[in-house]
Design a protein around this ligand. Structure first.
Ligand code: T46
Length: 134
């Protein structure tokens, strides 16, 4: 798995003078079926989240409101991505270390995940993550 596999997905957008609408169908607009939705909000200025990798989980990360940065790292390559549109989703494949920072005031980060929450799926120690890669 490499950072190159993580990509921005342009989600369908129905433009309307009454307000725009975006929809996501499991397995159709994202390259996996999702079983869980969670969101980060009320993130204080200067806070950092993430700091882990997943063994098997696929995720789509969307800036529903406001903006933030995600740094993706596959042990070799590192890429910083700024998310600030609710019609773009960042697909993150398994075995990618991610860190999130630079949250704007009022930012909401929505995540679609391919599986239910399982702490056993996490690498929360960077050295262990690197060891697993090698
Ligand atoms: C990721 C980034 C974007 C649950 O009980 N259920 C859940 O579905 C989640 C995601 C978390 N939790 C518990 C586990 C921890 O006790 O909530 C607490 C905070 O979780 P964590 O430190 O993993 O939060 P973040 O914001 O650092 O990371 C989360 C996701 O875990 C991760 O998959 O990619 O958001």
């Amino acid at each position: 798995m490499s950072v190159e596999k993580c990509k921005l997905i342009d989600l369908p957008k129905i433009a309307d003078p009454r307000g725009n609408l975006t929809f996501i169908e499991s397995g159709r607009h994202v390259p996996f079926d999702f079983k869980r939705v969670y969101y980060l909000y009320d993130v204080p200025g200067g806070a950092e989240r993430g700091g882990h990798a997943h063994k098997d989980l696929h995720q789509l990360i969307i800036a529903m409101s406001g903006s933030f940065d995600i740094v993706l790292n596959d042990g070799q390559l590192q890429k910083r991505i700024h998310l600030n549109r609710s019609y773009y989703g960042l697909y993150v494949c398994p075995m990618i270390w991610r860190e999130m920072d630079n949250f704007s005031s009022g930012a909401v980060c929505l995540v679609l995940a391919s599986n239910l929450y399982d702490e056993q799926d996490y690498y929360r120690d960077y050295q262990q993550f690197l060891k697993a890669l090698s």
